[in-house]
Design a protein around this ligand. Sequence first.
Ligand code: SAM
Length: 296
Amino acid sequence: MTDAAESPETGPAPKPLLGAADIRRLAGELGVRPTKTLGQNFVIDGNTIRRIVGAAELDPTETVLEVGPGLGSLTLGLLDAAAHVVAVEIDPVLAGKLPNTVEEFRPGASGRFTLINQDALKVTELPHQPTALVANLPYNVAVPVVLHLLEHFPSLRHGLVMVQDEVADRLAASPGSKIYGVPSVKAAWYGTMRKAGVIGMNVFWPAPKIHSGLVAFERQEQPETRASREEVFTVIDAAFAQRRKTLRAALSSWAGNGAEAERLLRLANVDPSARGEVLDIAAYIRIAEARIPMQA
Ligand code: SAM
C-alpha cells in the first residue's frame, strides 16, 4: 500500500511515499535479500520519512547528498523538499533500480536526481556541490561516512543523519560525559552535532534489534589553528586509545616520552593528570599546536 494520506481539510494530499507493500514489491522484483554487512534496513513508513525530511530543515534550492538510498524511501521525500538529490549507493542491484523507482513515483523528477553507484567512503568528487547531507546511514560505517564526507565536501553546511541510537548519542556528546569519545571530538572539528530524535524499530524492513537516532549538524567555521586536521586527529586517537590513562601517559608515545608529553600539555594549558574525555576540540587543537615550533 502506497502511503498517500488523503487530507481534504489541509489541502492537496502529500505525494506518495513508499509503504511496506511498495518495499516488498520492489525488493521482490529485484530478488533483494537485505544484508547486515551493508546495513540494509529499509524504511517502510511515510511518516518517518516526513519526520526526517522535516528535521533536516532543507531550503527548496538546496542540493542534497543522500548516502545509501536503498530502494528509494528517503530519496522520494528529499526530491519533494530540495532542488536536486545526489544519491550514492554501493549496492549495484539497488542502484540499478532506483532511477525507475524515481520515474514511477515522481514522474518528471529524474532531471533533479543523480545516482552514483559507489562506496561513499571512496567518493571524493561529485558532479553537483551538495549543501546538505541527509541519510539513513548504513550503521556499521556511519561515523566514518559522516567524517569522510565532511572532510571532502566543504560545501556541506548542514545535515540530518539517522544512525544507531547509541552512535547518535556519541556524536552529540559533550566533554565529560561517559559516551564522549573519538566520534564526538572529531565531529566537533567540523561543527555542532545535536540529537534530533529517536526512531523505533518497526518502521524498517527488516526491523533492526536496536533503536535509531537522528543527529542534526551545522558546519562551523574551520578552527583557526597552526596544526593540520591530521595532526589534531592523531592526538585525539592517542588520547582515547588508552581512555583510562591520564593524558600524560596516553600521549607519551605521541610526544616521545612522558616528560615531553607533560611539557607539551602544560604548554597547551591542559592538566597532564586529566583524561582525554574531559577535553573539548579546542584543547586538542592546543595540544597539537604545542608540538609545532613557532615561526621566528
Ligand atoms: N535510505 C534507505 C532507506 O531509508 O530505506 C536505505 C537505508 S539502509 C539503512 C543503508 C543503505 O546504504 C543500503 O541501501 C546499503 O546498500 C547502502 N550502503 C551500505 N554501505 C554503503 C557505502 N559504503 N556506501 C554507499 N552506500 C552504502
